[in-house]
Write a protein that binds this ligand. Structure first.
Ligand code: ZN
Length: 86
């Protein structure tokens, strides 16, 4: 992806994000804990800050509820690990 047209990127991201949420509507972290929570966020498993070329990679996405997204984002900021704190 050599072109950095932000309008194109936004459209492609929105489409990918919506597609992901329709395929995987539940928060993956809640699901692992046996809870069914509708996801509001699509998170990059490998963060864009680490691998910008994977920002539109469908295999690099996971659905998260807003609270788990916030926890994981904070954990990444502090530790560089984009996972739930153990
Ligand atoms: Zn959750």
């Amino acid at each position: 992806m050599s072109r950095t047209n932000s309008a194109t990127y936004d459209t492609r991201w929105r489409r990918l994000r919506n597609q992901h949420l329709s395929l995987k509507p539940l928060c993956v972290v809640c699901e692992q804990a046996g809870q069914l929570t509708v996801a509001q966020c699509v998170d990059h498993i490998t963060p864009v800050a680490v691998a910008s070329h994977r920002r539109l990679d469908p295999t690099n996405l996971r659905s998260l509820c807003s609270s788990h997204h916030a926890v994981i984002t904070q954990h990444f900021k502090h530790t560089g690990i984009n996972e739930m704190p153990i």
